[in-house]
Design a protein around this ligand. Sequence first.
Ligand code: FAD
Length: 545
Amino acid sequence: MLIDNADHLQGGSLAGHLEPREIWGPAVNCVNRSCVSSVKGNDMAFDACRAEARQGGDELKSPASDAERPVLVLFRDDLRVADNAALAAASRSGKPVIAAFVLEGASSGARPLGGARRWWLHHSLAALNGTLATIGVRLVLRRGAMGEVVDSLVTESGTDTVFWNRRYDPGAIAADTTMKAGLRNRGVAAESFAGHLLHEPSRLVTSTGGYYKVYSPFWKAVAAGPEPRDPLDVPDGLEPFAGNLASDAPDAFGLLPTKPDWAGGLRQSWTPGEAGARVRLDDFVAGALQDYAEGRDYPAYQATSRLSPHLAHGEITPFQIFAALQGAGSDVSGAGAAKFRKEVGWREFCYHLLFHNPHLGTRNFQPSFNAFPWREDEEALRAWQRGLTGFPIVDAGMRELWETGYMHNRTRMIAASFLTKHLLVDWRAGERWFWDTLVDADAASNPGNWQWVAGCGADAAPYFRIFNPVLQGEKFDPEGRYVRRWLPELARLPARYIHKPWAAPPAVLAESGVRLGETYPRPIVDHRLARERALGAYETARSAP
Ligand SMILES: Cc1cc2nc3c(=O)[nH]c(=O)nc-3n(C[C@H](O)[C@H](O)[C@H](O)COP(=O)(O)OP(=O)(O)OC[C@H]3O[C@@H](n4cnc5c(N)ncnc54)[C@H](O)[C@@H]3O)c2cc1C
């Protein structure tokens, strides 16, 4: 059920301080402090605010006319110019446009990015800078607390309007809410727009007024709502801001790894930025989409879209994806497109859960798991992180992750299940590792999926369904192509042993150049015993008072 309730929007803790760099002189506040514009009509509300001020005899005391005062557009999880509601609104305002990206510190409230996403961000910002330049706008880079940096930019530029697209993780919502209130208090029109979700989490409620905890009814409710809108065009005719705002150099952000430079595999695998996202979407729709429903479970094939890091950085939106599916011709109503839409729906569901459970990344969704007897086992955790568990399908996934910043969904599930059930290591440790190493690390999808696999999440599979990594490997990588790709030390093993090298006769191992315990580890746990241990742990948690 969709309801049109209030803006859920924005809030936060602010820290750090940037010296204001005044170029235009201090901004002149709108004297009407109750100025609040509506979601739809920013321009109209803005005009109304000015009209009210004039009626009261208060004229804006601006060194420039209102039309000359710039609008500041903040870029955050939306590093694109197409289908960007905030930028489109800035274009409609007819005002000179300033584009800014603020690199927030750890105290900002938003979860600090992991290493792989920092690498991506560096390149995505470079791409955005290039794209903005083609439409006449320069990207200003600053670092610090979002609200304070924006305050400085407003002061330095004489900006009277700030636009941004919403973020949906709790820390960011809090920071943005505080920023919005602060800006409005000083008479600056601050407006946020629907960001990177098909549904606004605050507006979708069940018939009893709650939120959805099960995916199917959630997606049914989203599907019953209005059709996703058409994507917005890239604005043209933007008027650049003529002032000279100082900007940090991209390298000063220090986002790239240096010693060591571990990003070689990421560079080979990805093209961060809006153009790279578009190419990937078009290629997928023209190719793999047809077989997506069957192919998506096989990690050896390029059968999925690999759009996740582009979505995580807002280089493409679900609206653009759905529109591309509409234009896909033969398969638009086929099984591939239908399945693909549903998967994009899981991302929406995770955001719905995060919005209503701000602690999704740290607390069990099902409190019954609070008594779960997780094991502290640093050695096992390290073996898992390095892809040295002795279970080839798990290790291949973990090595793909380390090398490329990505792991196929099937192997994510197998690897996460192995950590939480075979090794009984707390899902939060795995979630943190993924957060640091995934280029698509996402504040909603990462904890949402980890909790789902561990059994403590929303709509989770029953805990006692424990993946057997050998059978999973044999089913979804029957020839062992994926394992051979990521574990070259096993490449010469025959297919029948590729997922269980310990079962191969010594002669076969010798012929394949495999020395267990030397070139590749023996299994760090016995599947049957680990399974029994996991079921015992579950019983302990269930019977806890
Ligand atoms: C333990 C674990 C952790 C995960 N962490 C993340 C994460 O941090 N970020 C992330 O984007 N996805 C995460 N996923 C979900 C999923 O694995 C990836 O979205 C998917 O593998 C990305 O590849 P793709 O773009 O080719 O997916 P496709 O199959 O092409 O799907 C298209 C899009 O749908 C969305 N999607 C698909 N499956 C899921 C799902 N299960 N949950 C949420 N969204 C989904 C993604 O946005 C994806 O890009 C995780 C899954 C598991 C099991």
